[in-house]
Write a protein that binds this ligand. Sequence first.
Ligand code: TYD
Length: 222
Amino acid sequence: MFFISFEGCEGTGKTTQIEILKNTLEKNSFDVVSIQEPGTTKLGLKIRKLLKGSLDDSEHLSEITELFMFSAARADLITNKLQKLMKSNKVVICDRYVDSTTAYQGYGRQLDLNKIKLINNLATQNIMPDITFLLDFNPSTGIERLGSYQMEFSLNESSNQRETEGVRFETESNEFLNRVRNGYLELAKNDPERWKIINADLTKTKISKIIWETIESKLKNI
Ligand code: TYD
């Protein structure tokens, strides 16, 4: 398995780049598996749905509960998906992984980073990406690109759920997203071997070229 993860704030174009990379890899005869967090497994999808706002609004979802929900989805992804792929020669592309928890729940929600690390290691069983692309820009650009509403948390798909979510994540302000961004930059600075920071203000074509140039040589080893 060659494991690639994509990280960044909302609106940075992760999904588009994942799609482009998947197509390029397939054109080059690689066997690709695309996964998403939270989601992918049956339990992961159920947790995603719960996080999307189908919870009863009369009960507050605490930041710790939120942390455990993301982590539970991830633990399930490891057990039911990633561990099975470990010995294969597939390229796995993950739309968000454990660094999202450090960035959003750790830096964003300001939960204790050491505790987050512990929980992250438990959930992932120390399975880490070979490379992580950080699509980075000023979060206010993302707000402009997506419209302010979606920035509140884009886990929603239906408009009913959107309303509930808007309430739950109203704290996800520009300030919150700036903390998330700085958290990502800090993570990348501390592990430059794994991270590749890309300026998400560049054109779609330029970004995809950087991504391909970064991984092409590494893929020869799988
Ligand atoms: P999603 O709809 O997947 O959006 P995106 O296209 O931005 O990836 O929403 C995922 C949201 O969940 C996003 O706002 C980041 C957040 N998140 C966390 O807060 N912690 C986590 O561990 C993960 C995986 C995601």
